[in-house]
Design a protein around this ligand. Structure first.
Ligand code: C2E
Ligand code: MG
Ligand code: MG
Ligand code: MG
Length: 278
């Protein structure tokens, strides 16, 4: 029985490997086409103020509605897009969408909240990435304070002059920069010292282990560090009332996570926004 079981497993596993390889191959091939044929969607996950319980912001999270594979998460295709360079076009598309949505909300009487967009480290290491941001901002004429960019620190090994200049420029214009997945990178504290950072997002790996003494202490320290530096602090991946209660006690400014809401399609997010504002 053991031998049959093992064989069965082997057949199954080689089949899924084949399937996975097919999928990656297909995604890589289809990526460029996907932009032209509008297969991407932006979902929104609310960020909630711990004091008021109101939605004060939201994170834009991209999805790919692939004609054969269905809805694909960014974890699956962002690395491929970074590899073949299409990440630049994808992020330009996300930014354009967001600016137009904000405009639409303003015009339809749904007061918009600031939206944060994720930036690939591959993109922010390029010289010219802020040029397009400034031109989209000008074109759509939305308030810069309604935009925030989230940067994961994992790929920012040391202080980089290009990144520094870009962040300084964004700050001058009034666009905020957040450090995403805070605590999981190599030199978080240096980044806080060198770059104009407005927001820290505590990584969900700490939040989800809040009952662990060490994670607990780390969260408290990050919050206190942020307060001292007058940086807004957001906890990611908040799923339970226990986590929420702890974060409230520690005066964490905002929470984001399944406890309040999963990332939502635009129409559903708009309903929440309208409800929250009446
Ligand atoms: P992230 O920026 O750290 O985004 C948070 C991720 O955590 C999202 O995954 C979100 O759905 C998930 N999440 C939120 N609340 C909870 C929770 O309570 N529990 C758990 N377990 N997970 C939660 P998602 O949407 O799959 O995005 C994954 C990553 O893909 C993002 O991580 C971000 O790094 C990247 N990404 C998404 N959109 C873009 C984009 O437009 N450009 C770039 N470069 N990267 C993007
Ligand atoms: Mg993020
Ligand atoms: Mg994150
Ligand atoms: Mg993350």
């Amino acid at each position: 029985a053991k031998v049959i079981g093992k064989n069965k497993f082997q057949i199954y596993s080689s089949f899924t490997n084949l399937n996975t390889n097919n999928k990656i191959f297909s995604l890589e091939r289809d990526l460029k086409e996907a932009i032209k044929t509008n297969q991407f969607l932006v979902y929104f996950q609310p960020r909630v103020d711990t004091k008021t319980g109101k939605i004060v912001s939201a994170e834009a999270l991209i999805r790919w509605a692939h004609p054969d594979w269905g809805l694909i998460t960014p974890k699956e295709f962002i690395p491929l897009a970074e590899e073949n360079g299409s990440i630049i076009e994808i992020e330009d598309w996300v930014l354009k969408q967001i600016c137009h949505y904000i405009k639409e909300w303003e015009q339809s009487g749904t007061p918009p909240v600031p939206i944060s967009l994720n930036k690939s480290p591959k993109v922010i290491l390029r010289n010219d990435w802020t040029t397009n941001i400034l031109s989209v901002l000008k074109e759509t004429n939305i308030a810069p304070s309604l935009l925030e960019f989230e940067i994961t620190e994992t790929a920012l090994l040391q202080t980089n002059e290009i990144v520094k200049r870009a962040f300084d420029l964004l700050q001058e214009v009034g666009i905020r920069v957040a450090l995403d997945d805070f605590g999981t990178g190599y030199s978080s504290l240096t980044h806080l010292k060198e770059y104009p950072i407005s927001t820290i997002k505590i990584d969900k790996s700490f939040v989800q282990n809040i009952s662990n003494h060490r994670d607990n202490i780390i969260i408290k320290s990050i919050i206190s560090l942020a307060k001292g530096l007058e940086i807004r602090v957001v906890a990611e991946g908040v799923e339970t009332i226990e986590q929420l209660t702890f974060l409230k006690q520690q005066m964490c400014d905002e929470v984001q996570g399944y406890w309040f809401s999963k990332p939502l399609p635009k129409a559903e997010f708009e309903k929440l926004l309208k409800k929250g504002n009446t």
